[in-house]
Ligand binder design. Sequence first.
Ligand code: ZN
Length: 356
Amino acid sequence: MGIDGGDEKGDRRDTVRAVVFYGDNDPLSKRGAISPEELIEVLDSLYMLSPIPFELIHEIEAYIYLRSKDEDQLVQMVDSLFELDTIHYAYIDQINMYIASRSEQNVDPYSSIMIPYEEPTCTTHSIYGDWNTQKPDAYKPDLSSGDSTLALLLCDPTQNCNYHTPFKGVMTSKFGWRDGRNHNGVDIDLEVWDPVHSAFSGVVRFAGYYGGWGRLVVVRHYNGLETFYAHLHRFKVTSGDVVEAGDVVGLGGSSGHSTGSHLHFEIRFKGIPLNPSNIISFKEDRPISDTLVLKKTRWSYAAIPMGTEFHNVEKGDYLHKIAEDYGTSIGEICDLNGISRRSVLRVGQRLRVSSE
Ligand SMILES: [Zn+2]
């Protein structure tokens, strides 16, 4: 495989990589036909490279593993993941996405159940029914067991769309399975004492020190979502406080399990972490769509902004080509789909290509 080991910089190198990994000359592009033995040969050759592309290797290994399982086996596997002390939602999410991409299920937002925007009765929001100020992660899996497809009105349309970016900074870590560990949110770089803002309006449910999160604020929003702000240095709110979008909930820091000051930001629905990048355009400081469609899979939710355009991956597709066809960039597609430039594309996979 002609993988570049050169020193080309920036976009060009990324483009070269993407073409190498996804292009016509890439054995992986004939993924539908490639045998497990051939994939293992590819893996072996990757270990010969310097530096060894571990991220790609892990993805191919996961792909080989998942491909060898039928749906029942995958179901069992995820069930066993739920029995671990720490539930790896992001990993489960990726398996869910894989299962969803194997079936031809499309989301019809118009047949979905609208979640009520409940102001000011947030503390007794009908979808939660309880109000726990002692535990950030307060919900049992059965809370979401009956859900199918739901739609959330993120902002009250009778008002201005009230959203505020928690902190305007560089995203240093995305949601998902990263570097062999689970990441239930996104990390945004900040300096200690920088103000951290509530993303939407709502009521503070939890403000306290809790495990690896360190100083953590959890806000339950009228729209049904909950947001988590972790590793804070100081609190600016206490549980029960009513906050508007943009109100300062705390000052950034490095408390809990954290290397260097940053904001760890999570968005959850019924306790299940969603990919914030599927909901918010951090580049444009706004929700991707006023309405968020949540499709319940067996264990999690796929969060899809209403009006999203998809591309069905076909044989011979590669990121650079898809990006050009839709007038977007590889980086944009990676952000929208929570994939890396080296992610293995699968024939039939649905990729978000625009957020409008
Ligand atoms: Zn984090």
